[in-house]
Design a protein around this ligand. Structure first.
Ligand code: NAD
Ligand code: MG
Ligand code: MG
Ligand code: MG
Ligand code: MG
Length: 344
């Protein structure tokens, strides 16, 4: 443990892996996170079962890796730790199938707190409820583990019946490789609210709207779509890479003085007080549960709005221009590994 941070951070030396000895872990789902948790734990010497529907196309893939597969109910019955890694929107339905198999002292484990925090899943009092959430897409969680590296993760305890929930969560985090990089203590509330806010305002929503607005402003002013694409979308990767490696300072140091002066004097005019007020409003919708309610209702009626806005985004002119231009430098794909999928 270290107290250089405002929050508790655990590393491998802080973990007692005996908390998962003689324990069977059921991983429900074999998607992005599911395959990574199951395979990493299997290699860490843990008895893992994978829970999938009878007709799941992922069954063959899991079995090919030597994993034992059953239905969610079957694997929940034999396991003491049940890790819920099916998509957030189907978790409450899958939970119905496994609830009868939750025994005293079992652990219900998540990688995102949405369904617990917004009461879509209400676990019984006789189980521990934990979250180990790697801060990266599942494919990187797997690749890092294979390369003897780790993926930073979050640990939260929602319900601690056994008095050992933290220790068990840490043992789980170590088994999937997170403790190699650091496990930060948080709460279900903080994880959910910051995750939703971040993806809506900055990572997914904010950045795409910024790119589209910049692109449209240039094209509407008569500049070529190609020039607009390069300036507003393509170069973004180079800027983000610099920030990822060395923070804002490394980015500012690497661009020209002209870019630095222009950016520092103009950035706050784009993200102005009005934009900040909108951010606060979006945060309130997250905190109040208004966003979660909207998303749950949208799923209940078959996702009509989601389907429509998703298509409109695919049809945006910048997508067509980008596809043509990226074809010209297809070599970029070969030199650089494709990024794994986006924040979840
Ligand atoms: P996913 O969509 O990649 O995979 C889900 C898997 O669940 C599918 O591959 C399938 O095997 C199975 N599945 C789907 N519907 C099912 C059903 N009705 N019954 C049984 N199995 C079913 O999911 P994911 O992105 O790995 O997300 C899993 C959890 O991890 C979520 O809580 C998510 O928020 C969290 N999380 C994801 C990421 C990420 O990088 N994708 C990162 C951190 C946390
Ligand atoms: Mg059980
Ligand atoms: Mg430029
Ligand atoms: Mg320049
Ligand atoms: Mg998310």
């Amino acid at each position: 443990m270290t107290d250089e941070f405002t929050t508790q951070v655990y590393y491998e030396d802080d973990v007692d892996e005996s908390y998962l000895e003689d324990t069977t872990v059921a991983v429900l789902g074999y998607g992005s996170q599911g395959h990574a948790h199951a395979l990493n734990m299997q290699e860490s010497g843990i008895d893992v079962r994978v829970g999938l529907r009878e007709d799941s196309s992922s069954r063959a893939a899991a079995e090919e890796e030597g994993l034992e597969v059953g239905t969610p109910a079957e694997v929940a019955q034999v396991a003491e730790v049940i890790s819920v890694l099916v998509p957030d929107t189907v978790q409450s339905a899958v939970y119905e199938e496994i609830e009868p198999h939750l025994e005293d002292g079992d652990t219900l484990q998540f990688a995102h707190g949405l369904n617990i925090h917004y009461n879509q899943i209400q676990p019984p009092e006789h189980v521990d409820v934990t979250m180990v959430a790697p801060k990266s897409p599942g494919h990187l969680v797997r690749r890092n583990y294979e390369n003897d590296q780790g993926t930073p993760g979050l640990l939260a305890v929602y319900q601690d019946t056994t008095g050992e929930a933290t220790e068990r969560g840490l043992a789980y985090a170590k088994a999937i490789g997170c403790a190699r990089a650091g496990v930060l203590e948080t709460t279900f509330q903080e994880e959910v609210e910051t995750d939703l806010f971040g993806e809506q305002v900055v990572l997914c929503g904010g950045v795409t709207s910024l790119v589209k607005a910049g692109y449209e402003t240039l094209v509407d002013a008569g500049y070529s779509p190609e020039a607009a694409y390069f300036e507003c979308m393509n170069e973004l990767k180079l800027i983000v890479d610099l920030m990822y490696e060395g923070g804002l300072s490394e980015m500012w140091d690497s661009v020209s003085d002209t870019a630095e002066y222009g950016g520092l004097t103009r950035g706050d005019r784009v993200i102005d007080d009005n934009a900040r007020e909108n951010m606060e409003e979006i945060l309130e919708e997250v905190q109040s549960g208004e966003f979660a309610g909207e998303w749950i209702a949208e799923n209940q009626v078959g996702r009509p709005k989601y389907t429509q806005i998703r298509q409109a985004e695919k049809d945006h002119e910048i997508e067509e221009v980008g596809e043509r231009l990226r074809g010209l430098f297809a070599w970029a794909d070969e030199q650089e590994e494709k990024p794994a999928e986006a924040p979840a």
